[in-house]
Write a protein that binds this ligand. Structure first.
Ligand code: THU
Length: 162
């Protein structure tokens, strides 16, 4: 039996003012994306902004449905938009933020497992790391330099191909 420890690293900032300008701008765009959230059931708005190597930015927000499982998270709305409209794009970075009228969010929200798996697929497809920034409107920011830090045991394709 082997006992193995994995180390992941992330950066923590007290506020977006500590970020470099491109990252701060991406966080501000994620905040803008909150406005298009359709979340009448959870009342929990999630916004994301994704920066492509081309310099373009794609926004996404969570889209809910009366049949609850038919809704989709903000991250996947934006990622699948990229897959469908810029299939050869390289993603540099994505910022995610959330807001609700029901309570104060005091820590950055982190993405669900389903979204992490989709991020991992995009990272594998482009063969280059994707930075992920989780931005709390009340201040704190977490940043990883690759999806691997968030989902080290992502389901990978060789499990299907062998
Ligand atoms: N949600 C996201 O948009 N991203 C996540 O990573 C987790 C959750 C959305 C789904 C639903 O509309 C609301 O947040 C509450 O779960």
């Amino acid at each position: 039996m082997n006992s193995i420890n994995l180390n992941i690293s992330f950066e923590q900032y007290e506020s977006i003012t500590e970020l470099k300008l491109v990252d701060r701008t991406l966080c501000e765009l994620a905040e803008q994306a909150l406005k298009t959230s359709y979340s009448p059931y959870s009342k929990f708005r999630v916004g994301t902004a994704i920066r492509l190597a081309s310099g373009e930015t794609v926004l996404g927000s969570n889209q809910e449905n009366l049949a609850y499982p038919s809704g989709l998270c903000a991250e996947r709305v934006a990622l699948f938009t990229i897959g469908a409209t810029y299939p050869n794009a390289v993603i540099e970075s994505m910022a995610i933020t959330a807001q609700t009228d029901n309570f104060e969010i005091l820590k950055p929200i982190t993405s669900c497992g389903g979204c992490l798996q989709v991020m991992a697929e995009f990272e594998r497809k482009q063969n280059a790391p994707i930075e992920v920034i989780f931005y709390c409107l009340n201040g704190e920011v977490l940043k990883v330099s690759s999806v691997k830090s968030l989902l080290p045991f992502a389901f990978v394709e060789d499990r299907l191909e062998r």
